[in-house]
Design a protein around this ligand. Structure first.
Ligand code: SDX
Length: 438
């Protein structure tokens, strides 16, 4: 009769160990029993990039990289993207269920009335250079919020966590829009509580004094743009243990307040291999320059000279289910805002890559970032805002994962080990006496 255990024989000693298997994993601490002598520290596992390490148990998001599956609390992303709003999804991630009609009204009202930020935050914003990257501003100002809500340090108080959840989900768009307005040298537009979450963000970002003739009528409240942005927010809301979510869990294990922990997650997301990828995609498409030049660029990628940003994924070794949905969003936005040449370059890049052995063998497919930047740019956002547009919707995901980690009785302060390859013990040499000047 098969048993849920591994029998490991240590050939250094001939001893065999029986190690339990649970949920397709072994506990790394069980390896420590494998020693060559009583003085031996015992075995550890070594896993650069945590390619094969489960850091936690979670009930929030499930992905299957081979089948291209993504579910939030069991609901397929395709259904949530077409049937739910971002705020309903944020509620789902945190509370574990979709809100009832009455809960949705209370939740939406609560968010709308938490969108204002303390006037003191504007002092921070005004301290940044005029051309400061908006993600650098966002990561800094969200951390500063912790100083305005010191009670947020009571991380084990459920009601305090719930209030900070409202504040963070509500205030991230305001901080993001203010960061953009600072960069543009334009006056801040305050939240408008009569608008939906996406409409309010578009209004705070783009509402201006320029003649409306310069932009489509009622631009900030265009239902197609607002719905496309809301759908993009749904798609970006969570994604299990990605780099930024693992970062907030790591920082949260020290019982840091949620604002500072979200700032740490934003710092990880800022990197071009993670949330900074859609900004890198736009720069890549501009570098390619035309459909005719795509083959030459692909050749450079295959030679290892360039990276195809927006392609590849640690988990998805088939099409990222979000990329497929985003591509549909792109067509809707381009109908309203007009189509630019970059989408044709992107489509040609995708066509070639999906046929080329280099990409097929490495299981490289478009990921969530490949098309999202094109939509954001078509709406009017500059590339520097793209990681910010990732951080806004990922906030409920980060926060829900942070809370789950904090309330998991199995978790403790994160403190990995290492393989030391440095110098052995040695003495500090006696100081060399300066040669006497003759
Ligand atoms: C996000 O984890 C998440 O969930 C993240 C995210 C989320 O929602 O939170 O989904 C969001 O971060 C999406 C990923 C956005 N990043 C990019 O688009 C940047 C470009 N992609 C790559 O840098 C890369 O694909 C990663 C970092 C995303 C994943 O890389 P892995 O899993 O570490 O794979 P690897 O780097 O070991 O690559 C395997 C092979 C290598 O070739 P060989 O050395 O075997 O010859 O594939 C090659 C790589 O060189 N490769 C690429 C490539 N990605 C991998 N070659 C060219 N272009 C690429 N984009």
């Amino acid at each position: 009769m098969s048993k849920d255990t591994l029998s490991i024989t240590d050939n250094r000693t001939g001893v065999t160990y029986e190690i339990p298997v649970e949920s397709g994993t072994i506990r790394a601490m069980d390896l420590r029993a494998i020693k060559t002598s009583e003085k031996d520290f015992g075995l550890m596992s070594y896993d650069p990039g945590y390619m094969n390490t489960a850091s936690c148990k979670s009930r929030i998001t499930f992905t299957d990289g081979d089948k291209g599956i993504l579910r939030y609390r069991g609901y397929p992303i395709e259904q949530l993207a077409s049937k739910s709003t971002f705020l309903e999804v944020a509620y789902l991630l945190y509370f574990g269920k979709l809100p009832s009609a009455e809960e949705a009204i209370r939740w939406d009202h609560g968010i709308r009335y938490h969108t204002m930020i303390h006037e003191g935050i504007k002092q921070f914003l005004n301290g940044f250079r005029y051309d400061a990257h908006p993600m650098g501003i966002l990561v800094s100002t969200v951390a500063a919020l912790a100083t305005f809500y010191p009670e947020s340090k009571k991380v084990f108080d459920a009601e305090t966590r719930r209030i900070q959840f409202f504040r963070l989900v509500a205030k991230m768009p305001t901080l993001a829009a203010f960061a953009y307005r600072h960069r543009m040298g334009m006056p801040y537009i305050y939240p408008e509580n009569t608008l939906s979450y996406a409409e309010n963000f578009l209004n705070m970002t783009f509402h201006g004094s320029e003649p409306t003739a310069l932009r489509p009528p009622d631009f900030e409240h265009d239902p197609v743009l607002a719905r496309a942005l809301d759908t993009l927010f749904v798609l970006h809301a969570d994604h299990e243990q990605n780099c930024s979510t693992s970062s907030i869990r790591m920082v949260g294990s020290a019982q840091t307040d949620p604002y500072t922990a979200v700032s740490a997650a934003g710092a990880a997301l800022y990197g071009p291999l993670h949330g900074g990828a859609n900004e890198a995609v736009l720069r890549m498409l501009r570098e390619v320059g035309s459909v005719e030049k795509v083959p030459a660029y692909v050749k450079q990628v295959k030679a290892g000279e360039k990276k195809l940003f927006g392609f590849g994924h640690r988990v998805y070794k088939s099409y990222d289910p979000r990329a497929r949905i985003i591509k549909k969003c792109a067509d809707q936005v381009f109908e309203v805002m007009g189509r630019n040449g970059l989408i044709d370059i992107a489509t040609e890049l995708e066509r070639i890559a999906l046929e080329d052995d280099y990409f097929i063998q490495r299981k490289l497919y478009p990921n969530v970032d490949f098309y999202s930047g094109l939509i954001y740019e078509a709406i009017g956002f500059p590339a520097e805002m793209f990681p910010v547009l990732f951080a806004i919707p990922r906030t409920p995901g980060w926060y829900s994962q942070w809370q789950e980690h904090l309330t998991d009785p199995e978790q403790k302060l994160a403190r990995p080990r290492q393989i030391y390859l440095g110098e052995e013990a040695r003495d500090v040499p006696a100081p060399e006496l300066p040669e006497l000047v003759k």
